[in-house]
Design a protein around this ligand. Structure first.
Ligand code: NCD
Length: 648
């Protein structure tokens, strides 16, 4: 048998509409063959590996059953905790290895973008069986297959999607597909669980498709004046009855397409495991019961659910002929057989996927800018994955918007730099064409702040003359002032943690710690915080476990600018317990901050204007014998091309 072509299914958009149609034809054929009780041998000799890093019943078992039904075999790691992942093996290494044991890999993973990584590193095709809250394309194939079987078509159908639309990955793949098939979507999200911006943006940019959100609150406020043709979505609390009026539906659909009725409800469970606080009360969640199907406009609506259900779908609906969810689950066999069959068809023709030459240019920013999404795979497997971005469309031309290639979340960046000249600029619309060029030349660096640019050795594009405002003696005195303030304020020096922000904050913290030991005889614990590091943002000297609970922390930085660095450092600290107090010590306070943060201990106040920059330059190896090179300088910066052109 020829090897399977490397056709990965990471997103539902990896399949064209004719390919989806072909898969449905194959699914019909397989369903008929199964009905006839035929024993198939099509996949004889093929091995499929299922790697599930998250629980699954339907998806894994139906993929495996589909392969068995086609005469192929399966190797499985249903619980990746029992595999080398528990020993810390990376996803990339795992799929590389498993790809040499199997012809096809099906992977489910809790991180957003993990399936993309698996597809890139595996030598064989990879099917995404759910990656974090991003996508679940094979579930969508089952959903569409049943929806079309029930309704006879997909184009022009009106589908209401209810529940957790933020973390529900089946919802995202379904939305992308319905938008392409020309169906109307009405979303009824749980409050706070709306369809994420990046999903809306993708269908708006790529498909010129928009739909409106109908919040549960809007629905409730319409109660009373709604028509009799109302759909009730009843939250669990009895007094909070929500009403979904036909007027509302008509008003929210694209002009000329107002349907006389709703064709389907796609109900989803709350993805509790993806909530930052898994115990949090999400508020009243939708509860879908028989009453929802009573109105004349909902008479012929089918009720769908990817399953498993929790509390959102009443068992009383199971006997209703409009309930389609068990059919969706059963479709897992013929549809997943069809996916394998579709690969086999291409293999038989000896095809290889042709790389898309017109693909959007992707770039790895230098130095390592991290993705803003804490659940992005690049944040969790950062030892070998560098985040990769594309330029995103932005409504504000003065902001540079980057989209993470792995999880699609967007990130705003204010400063851009050129790798070879080591200059940085404030981004404005004039820079867009330069940025494109630099991406093509792999010379774009992106920074969230001036400080980050400086930390990476970048200089402003142009700057005014530089003036020394503190010499090494003055810096020494300011440090002593700081140490005295900290000590005077301290009830118990033994419980103290000095946490320095990389790089200059950490250097100052080390000196401050020496001064505190010299004066009190007690050595405070030292921590180093690197707000730009995705993999290793907090460190101790000895690499021991960090628990800041009930400790007093003095957070140290060189200059307080916007306050942004401090804010991020606090967030990192909070991941390691609840401290008794966090105090901020800065060598220099220059005013102007964007975030209301005030330092508790200040070495020196230096009022500056907004365009001025205060830079602390510290001797990395002070030895007391030679003259120290410590100094603080001030200069004005002309960050943008436009600004400097105006002054030339
Ligand atoms: C879904 C999933 O895992 O995303 N389950 C499935 O595959 N049918 C939906 C869910 O877990 O809520």
């Amino acid at each position: 048998m020829r090897p399977l072509p490397k056709y990965d299914l990471v997103s539902i958009d990896d399949l064209t509409l004719p390919e989806i149609e072909r898969i449905f034809v194959l699914a019909d054929e397989f369903a008929a063959a199964l009905e006839r009780g035929e024993r198939l041998k099509l996949a004889d000799g093929l091995i499929m590996a299922t790697l599930f890093y998250e629980p699954s019943t339907r998806t894994r078992l139906s993929f495996e059953s589909a392969m068995h039904r086609m005469g192929g075999s399966v190797i499985s790691s249903a619980d990746m905790q029992a595999s080398s992942a528990a020993k810390g093996e990376s996803l990339a290494d795992t799929v590389r290895v498993v790809g040499s044991y199997a012809d096809l890999i099906v992977v489910r993973h809790p991180r957003d973008g993990a399936a993309r990584v698996a597809a890139e590193y595996a030598p064989c095709p990879v099917f995404n069986a759910g990656d974090g809250s991003r996508e679940h394309p094979s579930q969508t194939l089952c959903d569409l297959y049943i929806l079309r079987r029930r309704k006879g078509r997909l184009k022009g159908l009106t589908v209401a999607i209810c529940g957790d639309l933020k973390f529900g990955r089946t919802v995202h793949s379904l939305i992308y597909a319905l938008a392409r098939f020309g169906a109307n979507i009405v979303t009824v999200p749980q409050a706070g669980m709306e369809v994420p911006e990046y999903v809306l943006e993708r269908i708006a940019v790529e498909r010129n498709y928009r739909f409106s959100n109908v919040s549960m609150n809007e629905l409730s406020s319409l109660a009373g004046k709604g028509s009799l043709d109302a759909l009730y979505l009843t939250p669990r609390a009895p007094h909070q009855m929500a009403l979904f009026t036909s007027d509302l539906l008509l008003n929210n659909l694209p002009a000329g397409q107002a349907p006389a009725s709703l064709d389907a409800f796609y109900v989803t469970r709350l993805q509790r495991e993806r909530l930052p606080d898994k115990q949090a009360d999400p508020g009243t969640y939708v509860h879908f019961d028989a009453r929802a199907l009573k109105g004349s406009r909902t008479q012929s609506a089918v009720v769908m659910h990817p399953l498993p259900r929790t509390d959102e779908l009443a068992y009383e609906l199971d006997a209703d002929p409009r309930a389609a969810y068990f059919e969706q689950a059963a479709a897992g066999i013929p549809v997943r057989m069809a996916l394998i069959g579709w690969l086999l068809e291409h293999a038989a023709r000896g095809e290889r996927r042709v790389p898309n030459a017109a693909a959007t240019p992707r770039f790895r920013p230098q130095p390592g800018l991290r993705c803003a999404n804490a659940n992005c795979i690049t944040r969790h497997e950062s030892t070998y994955l560098t985040p990769r971005f594309t330029l995103a469309r932005s409504t504000d031309p003065s902001r540079l918007r980057l989209r993470c290639d792995h999880c699609e979340r967007e990130l705003g960046a204010e400063f851009v730099g050129h790798v070879r000249t080591r200059r940085f600029y404030r981004f404005d619309e004039h820079m867009r064409s330069y940025v494109r060029q630099w991406i093509e030349e792999s010379s774009l660096a992106v920074f969230e702040s001036v400080k980050q640019a400086e930390e990476n050795g970048y200089e402003p594009y142009r700057r005014g003359p530089q003036r020394e405002i503190m010499n090494s003696t003055e810096i020494g005195r300011a440090l002593e002032t700081l140490a005295e303030q900290v000590i005077a304020d301290l009830a118990d020096p033994a419980g103290l943690i000095i946490a320095g922000i990389v790089s200059h904050g950490a250097m100052i913290a080390a000196r401050l710690r020496d001064l505190i030991v010299a004066r009190t005889g007690v050595l405070p614990q030292a921590l180093t915080l690197d707000v730009y590091s995705a993999s290793d943002p907090i460190r101790t000297e000895g690499g021991e476990e960090i628990d800041v609970t009930d400790r007093t922390i003095v957070l140290v930085d060189d200059v307080i600018n916007t306050g942004w660095t401090v804010q991020r450092a606090m967030a990192i600290l909070w991941q390691h317990g609840r401290p008794a107090a966090v105090k901020l010590a800065v060598l220099i306070d220059r005013g102007h901050r964007a975030i209301p943060i005030r330092a508790n201990y200040v070495g020196k106040n230096i009022p500056t204007s907004r365009s001025e920059r205060v830079q602390v330059r510290l001797d990395p190896h002070p030895d007391g014998r030679r003259k120290s090179s410590d100094r603080v300088v001030i200069y004005s910066i002309l960050e943008s091309m436009k600004e400097s052109a105006a002054t030339q």
